[in-house]
Design a protein around this ligand. Structure first.
Ligand code: AMP
Ligand code: MG
Length: 332
């Protein structure tokens, strides 16, 4: 590709050139990493199977793991799905742009490369000015998983994308740190009742209120959604989930055994050995989510061997944070 690899720094409004370059790269079959309100995505033209194949290669991701199609507005949904159902319309009106991904029966326009051969497609409208500008300038659906190597924490800053993917991506658009910090809620609208496949920024209760009907919350177990592995989102350090009461003693034991420790908790824990890298306090669930993956990366940069994580309460996005911590811990 003859488009230069370059990083366009800055804030929304200062990236017009970057957005135009991004749209050209997508049209030419290239890969563009872009900010969303959840995490950074690694985008390709969803209608171009060769471009989509490059996503899997860049991430090292198994090709049967489906991708999310990003669109600029609900008006772009109809070509991707068999039918825009009343439930999809109501949820889109309530939550788009926003961190809710809808899994629906796909149309013939969506290539197998995007869905891993399934008859369903996952779609959302991201709530970020740079993502929306890119989607509008490109004028088509963009397939984009998180812009990390397979199994690793999602990137929440442009620098994280460059560290993860390096030359594997043609352009990184920098929109600053992601406001939400964990991936979107994935809702399967094909199953009855609809089921949350992955908890995220929008809760099962929020969804049930809009649908005025029951919604099943995330089930546990390895196979609840394609690509949702029990072990995922893992930093290099081993993650251990501990209660607030047990954290200080566990940090002391590990440190005494010569293990380097980082601690992530909603509030201050004491007493702690001086050598412990304190990644927080993270605060309320929203703040915890926004900090989570950057904290994982900070612990890795400091070469910590263990991250002790005291989870946030299971309310709001705290449910999603606890899900990611459990998956990161399962990789140990
Ligand atoms: P990521 O893009 O890294 O946030 O991962 C996308 C996730 O969306 C996958 O891991 C799946 O859990 C979910 N997903 C995408 N497409 C489908 C689909 N057709 N059916 C069920 N889940 C899907
Ligand atoms: Mg991912």
């Amino acid at each position: 590709m003859d488009v230069p690899r370059r990083h366009i720094p800055g804030v929304p409004g200062v990236v017009t050139d970057g957005v135009a370059a991004g749209a050209r790269i997508l049209a030419a079959g290239g890969l563009v990493a872009f900010p969303t309100e959840t995490v950074y995505g690694l985008g390709a033209d969803a209608r171009n199977p060769d471009a989509v194949a490059r996503i899997f290669a860049a991430k090292g991701r198994p090709t049967d793991h489906p991708l999310i199609c990003h669109i600029a507005s609900v008006d772009d949904l109809a070509p991707l799905v068999a039918e825009v159902t009343p439930a999809a319309r109501a949820l889109a009106d309530a939550f788009w742009p926003g961190p809710l991904t809808l899994v629906m029966t796909r149309s013939a326009a969506v290539p197998d490369a995007v869905t891993g051969g399934r008859d369903t497609v996952a779609v959302r409208v991201p709530d970020h000015p740079v993502a929306l500008a890119l989607l509008r300038a490109f004028g088509g659906p963009v397939a984009a998983p998180s812009a990390n190597r397979f199994g690793r924490p999602s990137p929440t800053r442009a620098d994280d994308v460059r560290d993860e993917l390096g030359d594997g991506v043609d352009l990184v658009l920098d929109g600053g740190p992601c406001a939400i910090g964990v991936e979107s809620t994935v809702l399967d609208l094909v199953s009855d009742p609809p089921q949350v496949l992955r908890p995220g920024g929008i809760s099962a209760d929020d969804i049930a209120r809009v649908m005025n009907a029951p919604v099943s919350a995330t089930s546990s177990g390895p196979a609840r959604a394609p690509g949702m592995l029990e072990a995922h989102y893992a930093p290099g350090a081993r993650v251990e989930v501990v209660s607030a009461d047990a954290a200080a003693a566990r940090a002391a034991d590990l440190t005494a055994a010569g293990t380097s420790v980082a601690l992530l908790a909603p509030h201050a824990i004491s007493p702690l050995p001086d050598s412990v890298l304190v990644l927080g306090p993270a605060g309320a669930p929203d703040a915890y989510a926004a900090l989570l993956y950057a904290a994982f990366r900070r612990a890795d940069a400091a070469r910590c061997q263990v991250i002790l994580a005291v989870p946030p309460p299971a309310r709001g996005i705290g449910v999603a944070v606890r899900d990611r911590l459990a998956r990161a811990a399962a990789s140990a």
